[in-house]
Design a protein around this ligand. Structure first.
Ligand SMILES: Cc1cc2nc3c(=O)[nH]c(=O)nc-3n(C[C@H](O)[C@H](O)[C@H](O)COP(=O)(O)O)c2cc1C
Length: 201
């Protein structure tokens, strides 16, 4: 067994270890809008559902040398974001939407995606996504030591949109959803190889 002491390692090595080991990670495709209403979209694999009453999701944006990514800035300024699920059909577009475009340029246009108006908030959803959450920012927690810090954005889910074709009541058809997960670097997994284990007792 190799053992690493995070405080004594190069940050890139720790990043590689953490993103290589905590796998697969779901991808939150974060939709937001700037003060002028220009839509913004970017994938975040530091993403999770962390509470259900009420439902809360989070995404964590890296802040390098104080540079805040647009999704973080927009969520902070507007208090809103959407979180769209990435599936096999939208994997390529998701990757395109990670392009570093200038502020005020929309990744929706760049990736050939359609911004869909939300019901309860002004941040756009991804029309091509099979499921989306509309979220209001609950809190933002800053973690880490400069020059590499993270801002963890917690959002209360105020609307859950799911494609009818993958719903049985409130149960999700995983095959129909076809979610993808991120490993490290350019590697991804599908959710097509599934198995079941019955819980004891
Ligand atoms: C699959 C994938 C997952 C990513 N996850 C994260 C993440 O969790 N945190 C982060 O800061 N950047 C992440 N990135 C990089 C951002 O998507 C990228 O910096 C993007 O340009 C940010 O856009 P924004 O400035 O519009 O928010 C990820 C990229 C990809 C392709």
């Amino acid at each position: 067994m190799a053992t690493f002491l995070p405080g004594e390692c190069d940050h890139t090595d720790i990043y590689k270890l953490m993103t290589g080991l905590v796998v697969p990670r779901p991808i939150g495709w974060i939709g937001s809008a700037d003060a002028e209403g220009v839509p913004n979209l970017a994938p975040y694999s530091f993403f999770q559902c962390v509470a259900t009453n009420p439902p809360v999701v989070l995404f964590s944006a890296g802040v390098n040398d104080g540079h805040e990514k647009d999704s973080l800035l927009n969520a902070r300024t507007s208090g809103e974001f959407t979180c769209n699920l990435v599936t096999g059909a939208t994997a390529e577009a998701m990757n395109q939407s990670a392009a570093e475009l200038g502020r005020g340029q929309s990744e929706f246009d760049f990736a050939g995606l359609t911004p869909e108006p939300s019901e309860a908030i002004s941040a756009p959803r991804v029309q091509e996504a099979r499921a989306s959450f509309e979220c209001r920012v609950q809190q933002i927690i800053e973690l880490g030591n400069p020059p590499v810090t993270h801002a963890v954005v917690f959002g209360e889910v105020v609307r859950i949109h799911v494609d009818d074709s993958i719903l049985d009541g409130t149960r999700i058809d995983f095959a129909g959803l076809d979610a993808i997960g991120r490993l490290a670097g350019n590697a991804y997994v599908t959710t097509r190889d599934r198995f079941e284990i019955s819980r004891p007792g």
